[in-house]
Write a protein that binds this ligand. Structure first.
Ligand SMILES: N[C@@H](CC(=O)c1ccccc1NC=O)C(=O)O
Length: 289
């Protein structure tokens, strides 16, 4: 483990718990999340968007996706951003996860938000399998929604970025990495040991075996992957370090790795970068398809 990450393990428990509670240092976490809920609700009922809601990709109640797409009469198949929400695998749902669907529709992209079962109702391994199944389901059904299966970009925030990174490394050996054109990893966690040593594990219950098998930093990303990292400059050090170490480690393994550190952004309002057509992150996403 990189020394910057192992240093997190020797922090006092209260300090690591504080840093891994980004709502406690963000400007207005509740406000940011409320805004995302309203943006999502607005997209779900937007007159200019076609929405297929609650499509089931697996047997559990939360295994559903929402597909948003712009009106595209006889147009070419659309590129699509697939978004995995955060919440340390134990909170949140896809009601926050359509926050940039309208903005992406304006540039001719479809958007899919992914629901998944939370811990401790399932293990982190089972949760990861759900997300990999969602990627397979989206890839094989893309053309029925007018989406080009070769132009699927997978994005995730925080714990969702961990899940998206697990697709890039094919953590479960399901060969899902080739199904995506690129991955956007936002404020994620890529080494699980410091997370398992915090309050997060009261519910996430990550085992030592899962730390080894499901930490993206302990695996190899598929060589041809396009990856973009995004982090807010105002996020806690425990998140900064995760992104820094992933950037350093994967830059030697991948040809197409880019990174945006957004000034003045915290763990939650950093997602507004996806709503800004001029942000380096939006430019990187466009370059992936
Ligand atoms: N319990 C955490 C919540 C949290 O970390 C979080 C909440 C919503 C979306 C992403 C989050 N972080 C990682 O997944 C906190 O206190 O900030």
């Amino acid at each position: 483990m990189d020394h910057r990450l192992s240093a997190l393990l020797s922090l006092p428990r209260a300090e690591i718990d504080f840093q891994l509670s980004p709502s406690r240092s963000a400007k207005d976490a509740a406000g940011s999340l409320n805004t995302m809920v309203s943006q999502t609700r607005q997209a779900l009922t937007h007159p200019k968007l076609k929405v297929d809601r609650d499509l089931e990709y697996g047997p559990r109640t939360r295994q559903k996706i929402d597909v948003f797409r712009p009106d595209n009469p006889e147009g070419a198949a659309l590129p699509c951003l697939v978004f995995i929400h955060g919440g340390f695998w134990q909170e949140g749902d896809k009601s926050v996860a359509g926050f940039a669907a309208e903005s992406f529709a304006e540039m001719g992209w479809a958007w899919i938000s992914v629901g998944y079962t939370l811990t401790p109702d399932v293990t982190l391994s089972a949760l990861t399998a759900e997300v990999h199944e969602a990627v397979e389901y989206i890839s094989s059904n893309a053309s029925t929604w007018g989406i080009d299966p070769r132009k699927i970009v997978l994005a995730g925030h925080s714990a969702g970025a961990h899940l998206a990174a697990s697709v890039v490394t094919d953590a479960l050996g399901l060969n899902v990495a080739p199904l995506i054109a690129g991955a956007v990893l936002i404020s994620g966690v890529y080494e699980l040991a410091p997370i398992a040593a915090s309050y997060v594990n009261d519910l996430a219950r990550i085992t030592p075996e899962e730390i080894a098998a499901l930490s993206p930093l302990r695996q190899i990303p598929a060589a041809a992957s396009n990856v973009h990292l995004l982090i807010g400059a105002d996020e806690p050090e425990a998140f900064q370090i995760q992104t820094q170490v992933l950037q350093i480690t994967w830059s030697t393994l991948l040809d197409n790795l880019t990174c945006e550190k957004a000034a003045g952004r915290d763990h939650f309002d950093v997602l507004e970068e996806l709503n800004d057509p001029a942000s380096p992150t939006r430019v990187a996403i466009n370059n992936m398809v």
